[in-house]
Design a protein. Structure first.
Length: 62
């Protein structure tokens, strides 16, 4: 292979690897969506949606 081909292949592989979302990032995004849903429900007074986003063993300490 010529140097140009090797460089081009390296750039393509690097770009592809950067565009892949890791499992950790997917978990973070999912958690963020749940937290935002609960927060928005609480702020708008939608108690049923807020309660449905909580786990059974949730406790709130003021």
């Amino acid at each position: 292979m010529t140097m140009k081909k090797i460089t081009l292949l390296s750039i393509i592989l690097f770009a592809f690897s950067c565009s892949t979302i890791s499992e950790r990032e997917k978990t973070i995004n999912s958690t963020e969506e749940i937290a935002l849903k609960a927060y928005n429900a609480q702020m708008t007074g939608d108690i049923e949606t807020f309660k449905s986003s909580l786990s059974e063993d949730f406790t709130f300490t003021l």
